[in-house]
Design a binder for this molecule. Structure first.
Ligand code: AMP
Length: 112
């Protein structure tokens, strides 16, 4: 079930702290508060998009940048291999109503 506030928008606004690992003009990445792997990083667009269902021909570049940032973080953190995971909508297991890509590597604990 979606939580009722977009906590990731509040992180972007600086109202909630985060353990930031990477930032561009349009993207923010921070460590997951309840990691499901040794490395578990959340990568988000700063724009308030709720789910990946909002991808269109007009914002393809923004969605693509999530993957570019994931690659750059993986290089920075010396990750040899990793999982990229995105829950889409409540029925897809998404809890936070803000588009986010999970980057996970090593010692995976449980499915997301
Ligand atoms: P999802 O189920 O795909 O919506 O994933 C939401 C993720 O956000 C979960 O892995 C949570 O542990 C993580 N999360 C929730 N609140 C915070 C927070 N304040 N800072 C960092 N990660 C968070």
């Amino acid at each position: 079930m979606f939580i009722d506030t977009d906590i990731f928008a509040r992180i972007v606004a600086g109202e909630i702290p985060c353990d930031k690992v990477f930032e561009t003009a349009r993207i923010l990445a921070f460590r997951d508060i309840a990691p499901k792997a040794k490395t578990h990083i959340i990568i988000i667009p700063k724009e308030n998009l709720v789910t990946a269902k909002e991808v269109t021909a007009n914002n393809l570049e923004l969605f693509g940048e999530l993957f570019l940032v994931a690659k750059e973080i993986a290089e920075k953190e010396n990750l040899k291999g990793y999982k990229l995971h995105m829950n889409v909508d409540e029925e897809g297991g998404q809890v936070v109503p803000h588009v986010h890509l999970h980057l996970l590597s090593r010692d995976f604990k449980s499915p997301l």
